[in-house]
Design a protein around this ligand. Structure first.
Ligand code: FNR
Length: 188
């Protein structure tokens, strides 16, 4: 069967290398994964004051996750954590209390940075958040992408063969992870 994967790009930059990475992952994913971006840039800043009546942007976010079999996070590292915009989106989706959109959802994390540790610290930070919201994370393989300009064309085409093989394998492993999780925890 085909799995619907909603993906989050953690960067709002118009020249984001993580957006480029997302294009590469969409192109390299196995045919039975159907990837759709879940946008986060239009969300207001979360406050519990909204819990009684979520704005349309936040309802759209929760609906999009609800339609997804799994979620993929493609994020830069900001000050050794994830960007505030991404954390804000996760906070929205986890609420109101009792309606956490991430409960038991299969999830994977990947990111690119120009720094040599390739978002490793941000990903550890994100994994802590995803643990708390009870997502079923793929813990291996990990993917810390040290971005260089030679790595990708702007279209997302991967120009280095070993990187292309690595990213394709990451997506195949994610497909297998999704299948494993959904076998025991089917999404309603
Ligand atoms: C960064 N950058 C960065 N890189 C890193 O490896 N570790 C870090 O902690 C940070 N911190 C950080 C904070 C802020 C506010 C900015 C704007 C940038 C650099 C970052 O990796 C680089 O800007 C990437 O290009 C960001 O990814 P996108 O937006 O291009 O996808």
């Amino acid at each position: 069967s085909t799995y619907k994967v909603g993906y989050f790009v953690g960067s709002l930059s118009s020249t984001s290398i993580n957006r480029t990475l997302s294009k590469a992952l969409v192109a390299l994913a196995p045919k039975d994964l159907e990837l759709t971006e879940i946008p986060i840039g239009g969300l207001p800043l979360y406050s519990a004051d909204y819990d009684a009546d979520f704005p349309s942007e936040a309802r759209a976010l929760k609906d999009a996750i609800g339609r997804s079999d799994a979620v993929l996070f493609i994020t830069p590292e900001y000050n050794r954590s994830i960007p505030g915009g991404l954390k804000n989106a996760i906070d929205w989706a986890s609420r109101p209390w009792g309606q956490n959109s991430f409960d038991h959802i299969p999830a994977a994390v990947i990111g690119a940075s120009i720094g040599s540790i390739g978002t490793a610290v941000a990903q550890q930070s994100l994994r802590g958040v995803l643990s708390f919201v009870n997502a079923r994370q793929m813990t291996a393989p990990e993917a810390y992408i040290h971005y260089t300009p030679e790595m990708f064309a702007e279209s997302g085409e991967v120009l280095i063969e070993s990187t292309s093989v690595f990213l394709a394998n990451f997506m195949t492993e994610f497909r297998d992870h999704i299948r494993r999780v959904l076998t025991v925890l089917p999404r309603e």
